[in-house]
Ligand binder design. Structure first.
Ligand code: 4VN
Length: 325
């Protein structure tokens, strides 16, 4: 008997404070017209006095509450994030303590905008091994603390938030196919975090930690490489794009999603989008979108829908899962 994994519950949480494009236009040389026409983004939620672990804890608590599972029944917690509260302790261990999941092991996973997809793939293997029965997988980010608020080319794109899923053992297969990729050779086109050396024993004393992006390079990467890998995965599992009911894509830019849908030959109507409301929340974008789709009835979690989840971004990393939801 082989074990399988299924997504049994979803949840998301975003900070209260909403910053509109017009609010940004007051502090930098940009406009609502420029931002919304090129990216689809109209607003973003920005944390005031919360940390990444606070957002992730809201999601974990909500998953436990909705599923009526005691915290002690959770075997593991993975938080995908590139904006942890600290390197040590990890964001996931803070969540573990906050919700009282005393039996769980917990760690963070760093794969930028692909973080949730990579974490979910990892978690699925743990459940499929038969060794673990219940896990929480969360994507949580406070990107507002890493963006350079004087750089209008990046500051307008990002937002804060968290989303996650409860993964449980199941007798039926739900995870149908996957393809995960990285290309460290192109890593410098999207960077954030301290890159320089800091010790007094080093010649180099750089502290250049803001998020920086070669927008054109990432745009091309998404449209060319990511779309190609999605097309190949669909083909490899003997499906056609028509067989996919819903495409849950990383919410970086609506123009990119339009181009991807066009190249894959599917209607943009199959691509739910919420970057209008949240901006790009990196590892949190896909689980927030999934949770909203369940809340509005678009996704039923009854095993009847073939969905595709695809994350792509820093690393470079990109990854796609085909899941019966
Ligand atoms: C994936 C992507 C992006 C991204 C790349 C480019 C871009 C978002 C460049 C052109 C610009 C509008 C904005 Cl595809 C970012 C990440 C990071 O999470 C991941 N926007 N744009 C314009 O001038 O039109």
């Amino acid at each position: 008997m082989t074990a399988h994994a299924k997504i049994s519950q979803v949840a998301h949480y975003v900070p209260d404070q909403v910053i509109h494009n017009d609010d940004l236009a007051r502090i930098m040389d940009t406009s609502d017209e420029w931002i919304s026409s090129r990216t689809g983004i109209r607003k973003r939620h920005i944390a005031r006095d919360q940390q990444t672990s606070d957002l992730a804890t809201k999601v974990a608590a909500s998953l436990l509450e909705k599923s009526q599972i005691p915290a002690e029944a959770i075997d593991f917690i993975i938080v995908a994030t590139i904006t942890p509260d600290s390197n040590m302790p990890s964001t996931a261990t803070k969540v573990q303590a906050a919700v009282g999941a005393h039996q769980a092991f917990a760690y963070d996973l760093s794969a930028a905008c692909s973080g949730f997809v990579f974490a979910l793939s990892t978690a699925e293997k743990m459940i499929a091994s038969g060794r673990y029965q219940k896990g929480i997988v969360i994507g949580a980010e406070i990107l507002s603390k890493t963006v350079d608020w004087s750089d209008r080319t990046t500051a307008v794109l990002f937002g804060d938030g968290a989303g996650g899923v409860l993964l449980e053992a199941s007798s039926e297969p739900h995870f149908l196919a996957e393809s995960l990729h990285s290309d460290g050779g192109r890593g410098q086109s999207l960077v954030s975090g301290i890159q320089g050396l800091h010790s007094p024993f080093s010649d180099k004393q750089e502290d250049d930690s803001y998020l920086k992006m070669d927008g054109r390079a990432i745009f091309e990467f998404a449209i060319r490489d990511v779309t190609k890998s999605i097309g190949k995965l669909i083909e490899d599992c003997q499906l056609t794009a028509d067989d996919i009911d819903i495409f849950l894509m990383h919410q970086a830019n609506f123009r990119i999603l339009e181009k991807m849908a066009q190249k894959l030959g599917v209607s943009i109507d199959k691509f739910p989008a919420n970057m209008m409301e949240y901006g790009n929340t990196s590892a949190a974008s896909i689980p927030i979108l999934l949770s909203e789709c369940v809340a509005n009835g678009n996704i039923k979690l009854d095993g009847s829908q073939t969905t595709l989840m695809s994350g792509f971004g820093g690393g470079l990393t990109w990854g796609t899962l085909v899941i019966k939801l």
